[in-house]
Design a protein around this ligand. Structure first.
Ligand SMILES: C[S@@+](CC[C@H](N)C(=O)[O-])C[C@H]1O[C@@H](n2cnc3c(N)ncnc32)[C@H](O)[C@@H]1O
Length: 239
């Protein structure tokens, strides 16, 4: 299955080769045709999952830890994962088979392109963006996936009352996203029902949500904890 990026210039990832384990290689060869697909037209989720359950999208799923956790916990939900990193795709494919998960499908491509080109408006009950690359250097900030253009796209794709869940271990990025969310009137905090403005600047963590049941502690979060980073969850609802 070929990965064919469009000619959009600034991307939120750099495609690295990345070592594949034997298991991941085998999974990519044998299981991609079963659980992954390369859309060429608007995706029909009812047809894809053979049911009309709600669909939760995980953008940049890494090695798929969050999807593996949530897909077992919520069998009545369909999970679509979009990731460019092939070893991670291989890892998730292996787990899908080992655990016999029937509610997970994968696209190996750029999530921004896929949302724009192939995911219908108001078709996603939740969009999860966990630990997106923080792009620490100032000159790289333009690569951060979460910006106003991307948020406009998300607004279109979520169902009414759909959830947007962003989590990060990089406080400056999380505060930037919190500010961005506060400027968007269509978003309210799922926990408080209020707009998620940072009211007390001396307590930067005060308005973040506790980790909910659908998000496990992933490898990236554990790495952040070792570096003494905090974790910042923003869980919003589309009004
Ligand atoms: C820091 S990792 C986090 C992985 C995972 N969400 C977690 O919490 O463990 C960010 C991931 O996002 C992926 N990524 C970044 N931009 C992407 C895009 N536009 N489309 C698909 N995947 C993307 C990267 O390849 C990388 O695996």
């Amino acid at each position: 299955m070929k990965f064919e990026p469009t000619d959009r210039q600034i991307r939120s990832f750099v495609l690295r080769k990345g070592k594949m384990t034997t298991g991941q290689k085998k999974a990519v060869e044998e299981l991609m045709p079963l659980f992954a697909f390369n859309p060429t037209t608007w995706i029909d989720f009812n047809q894809l999952f053979e049911n009309n359950n709600p669909v939760w999208l995980d953008i940049g799923f890494g090695n798929g830890e969050s999807i593996i956790h949530a897909a077992q916990k919520y069998p009545e939900v369909n999970f679509l994962g979009i990731e460019v990193h092939l070893p991670g795709v291989g890892h998730l494919l292996m787990s899908i088979q080992e655990l016999g998960l029937t509610n997970v499908r994968i696209i190996r491509n750029d999530a921004v392109d896929m949302l724009t080109l192939f995911i219908k408006d108001e078709s996603l009950a939740a969009i999860h963006i966990f630990f997106p690359d923080p792009w620490h250097k100032k000159r790289h900030h333009k690569r951060r996936i979460m910006n106003q253009n991307f948020l406009d796209l998300i607004q279109k794709k979520l169902t009414k009352d759909g959830r947007l869940h962003y989590a990060s271990d990089w406080e400056p990025y999380a505060l930037e996203v919190q500010e961005l969310f506060a400027k968007n009137n269509w978003l309210v905090s799922q926990t408080t029902g209020q707009k998620n403005e940072q009211t007390d600047k001396s307590q930067p963590n005060s308005n973040f949500a506790p980790r909910p049941e659908w998000r496990p502690v992933t490898k990236f979060e554990r790495r952040g904890q070792r570096l003494e980073h905090g974790t910042y969850d923003l869980i919003m609802r589309k009004t």
